[in-house]
Design a protein around this ligand. Structure first.
Ligand code: NAD
Length: 506
């Protein structure tokens, strides 16, 4: 039973710690060559549920030796053609069967995701699992509908331009959308015939292990998909430095993204693609539409998934004429978001992923105070008595352009408000970070919408909306938000293929 208490930050629900750890629908060894196996070292690490700080699983801890075994299995699977030489129709059918199995187990997977990372279970089902399904089906359907090309070389020669799988693709992924973001990589890479070794974040290995088991049930041949949980500096680095990994696709922080460029340089110059962080602005012009609607979108745009979203709209850059009414409405909208136990289906803001991250987010809040920003709502940990890691939706006003809160990614529920007087100043503020992942512009004027969208340096610009998303549309960033080929969209298949040209004298 849950009880409900009112706090200054709005409605907070409490579910007493219970026996959720019992009966987890997942096994916790490494998934290598089509089966579960313990780590070579025999070591395991604890998974702590962010909702109450209790251990829910002890997961096998992969390291260099395990990565070697997984890469060798993936290499064998690739070289003997058990997957890449199938008719594309058969790859399509397998991936569609896998999607059906994910759909069958959607409730279990959503609950597992929520338990592992603290996100609301309703969002895990409606976003993470739903998008995982769409992603699998989109790339499955693309598998047997991609054509190669013949170059217009003239009659004496015949030149074809074909796309071929890279071979063994390594993927290192984050914990904020653990299964969904991994499948943004897995689905296109497998659809075109690669084999893979995936390292989930140490905070979120559970759903990917279950997914790998479902892939085997769907008929994916052994060794084609391997999942090696473990820590970044050991298992992650081993994959990044491996001489027999052909490409490495990474989503995570810029700090670690840089390391992957080094790993590639120090090893076999493998292809690297990076999806990194952001400090995305929501730019509200003087003629923005209805304040209540903008306020709700701004609040959801930053506080969805506890703010643990790379494209979170974490800066509100607002014209002075609209500022007071909008900020008041954003604060009210923030306070209405229901914070509490992620397993409660009514929760909107769940728990941060781990104790270290809680401390990091509280550190950013402390820095904002030190730098002179003015706290309007939130600002601290709540529900500490549950043992979980909850931070209230937090809004700071008067955030100076060069201050830490304006520049650094918090990856938590903290909104920075910045004010401008003329449009050039607003655009300069919006563009004034090292990042360039997402940005929005709110205006009723069509010309302003076009002009400003063009001037915003971001991989995705939303006009009068935030976080619209579809698997058909590519997603990636400018600047220090990443490079090397976007996730999502048909073009994502290109980053998992080589281009080959073949000349024939006629
Ligand atoms: P992180 O960079 O700390 O970790 C990501 C992955 O890298 C994990 O699997 C981790 O184990 C691994 N890793 C850590 N240290 C490593 C090392 N030394 N060598 C090799 N691998 C290592 O990021 P995180 O905390 O998991 O995720 C948050 C970050 O990810 C934020 O910056 C966020 O913006 C970004 N992100 C970006 C996108 C996007 O699509 N652009 C999506 C989600 C998250």
């Amino acid at each position: 039973m849950s009880t409900v208490a009112s706090t200054p930050a709005g409605t907070i629900s409490r579910t007493p710690s219970d026996e959720v750890a019992a009966g987890l629908p997942v096994r916790t060894d490494l998934w290598v060559d089509g089966g579960f196996r313990p780590a070579v070292s025999g070591r395991r690490f604890d998974r702590v549920a962010p909702r109450d700080g209790r251990v829910v699983a002890a997961v096998a801890e992969g390291d260099v030796a395990d990565v070697d075994l997984a890469v060798a299995a993936a290499r064998r699977a690739f070289e003997d053609g058990r997957w890449c030489d199938l008719h594309p129709r058969e790859r399509r059918a397998t991936l569609l069967r896998l999607a059906d199995l994910v759909e069958r187990d959607a409730d279990d997977l959503a609950r597992l995701e929520s338990l592992d990372v603290g996100k609301p279970v309703s969002h895990a089902k409606a976003v993470d699992i739903r998008v995982t399904l769409q992603t699998l089906r989109f790339y499955a359907e693309a598998a047997d509908k991609s054509y190669d090309a013949v170059a217009p070389t003239g009659p004496a020669v015949h030149a074809t331009i074909t796309r071929e799988p890279l071979g063994v693709v390594g993927a290192v992924v984050p914990w904020n959308f653990p299964l969904m973001m991994a499948v943004w990589k897995i689905a296109p890479a497998l659809a075109v015939g690669n084999s893979m070794v995936v390292k989930p974040a140490e905070q979120s290995p559970l759903t990917l292990l279950r997914f790998a088991e479902l892939a085997a049930e769907a008929g994916l041949p052994d060794g084609v998909l391997n999942v090696v949980p473990g820590f970044g500096p050991t298992a992650g680095a081993a994959l990044g430095r491996h001489m027999d990994v052909d490409a490495l696709t990474f989503t995570g922080s810029g700090q670690v993204g840089r390391l992957f460029l080094n790993y590639a340089a120090e090893s076999n110059i493998k292809e690297v693609s990076l999806e990194l962080g952001g400090k995305s602005p929501q730019l509200v012009l003087a003629d923005a539409p209805d304040t209540a609607a903008v306020a709700k979108a701004v609040a959801v745009g930053v506080f969805f998934n506890q703010g643990e979203v790379c494209s979170a709209g974490s800066r509100l850059v607002v014209h002075r004429s609209r500022k007071d009414e909008l900020v008041e409405a954003v604060v009210a909208a923030s306070q209405r978001l229901r914070l509490g136990d992620p397993l409660d289906p009514k929760t909107f803001v769940g728990a941060l992923v781990e104790a270290e991250h809680l401390e990091r987010v509280l550190g950013h809040i402390g820095a904002a105070h030190e730098d002179g920003a003015r706290l309007l709502t939130g600002g601290g940990q709540v529900l500490a008595e549950t043992g979980g890691y909850y931070v209230e939706p937090t809004v700071f006003d008067d955030v100076a352009a060069g201050s830490r809160l304006a520049q650094q990614e918090v990856f938590g529920p903290v909104l920075a408000v910045q004010t401008f007087d003329d449009l050039d100043e607003g655009i300069a503020l919006a563009n004034g970070t090292d990042y360039g992942l997402g940005a929005s512009v709110w205006t009723k004027d069509l010309s302003s919408a076009h002009r400003v969208s063009r001037r915003l340096r971001a991989g995705t610009v939303w006009v009068n909306c935030y976080d619209e998303s579809d698997i058909t549309v590519p997603f990636g960033g400018y600047g220090q938000s990443g490079f090397g080929g976007h996730d999502k969209g048909l073009a994502a298949m290109d980053k998992y293929t080589h281009t080959k040209t073949t000349w024939m004298a006629l």
